[in-house]
Design a protein around this ligand. Structure first.
Ligand code: NI
Length: 168
């Protein structure tokens, strides 16, 4: 396993739409392992393959306190979205240091494959529903800041550009 470099907003590679995984084989499992290691090391609670510049529809999530309950979603599809719209403060490993409220459906049903290539369906609410929608957005070339006003987006880009300058 290896830690991969996380692409940062507003890098245009984050806008690429990811392709479906055709076969869940060992190369996909190696990639999932790298994604998990990269997420844990960051540390974060979710990562989409897009964020490490691999444009395949793969997501890893771990919402557990002990960081020992990895969830893998390959080719995730939102079958239905409902419940009350809920507002949650989101952050992203590709947008370091930025946390903003985003409104999304509170409950979703998602179908995906696991790392053995087996199909499963889950009903998610709360943080898992937020996280899944955030990560599926990445696979579709969308970052959570795209849900915000243009003014906020330009302020965030200015803040990140300053961070990069200060780090240089
Ligand atoms: Ni993100």
């Amino acid at each position: 396993m290896a830690i991969r470099t996380i692409v940062r907003y507003p890098d245009p590679r984050l806008q690429q739409v990811a392709a479906p995984v055709e076969r869940v084989d060992d190369s996909v499992r190696v990639l999932v392992g790298d994604m998990a290691q990269t997420m844990y090391e960051a540390p974060g609670i979710g990562l989409a393959a897009t964020q490490i510049d691999v444009h395949l529809r793969i997501i890893v999530i771990d919402l557990s306190e002990k960081r020992d309950a990895l969830q893998v979603f390959i080719n995730p599809e939102i079958l239905s979205a409902g419940g009350d719209l809920t507002v949650h403060e989101e952050g992203c490993l590709s947008v370091p240091g930025v946390f903003e409220n985003v409104e999304r459906p509170g409950a979703i049903t998602v179908r995906a494959l696991n790392e053995r290539g087996e199909a499963f369906t889950i009903e998610a609410e709360g943080l898992l529903a937020v996280c899944l929608q955030h990560e599926i957005d990445h696979l579709n070339g969308r970052v959570f800041v795209h849900h915000l006003s243009r003014l906020k987006q330009s302020r965030i880009r200015a803040k990140l550009a300053k961070q990069e300058r200060d780090a240089a």
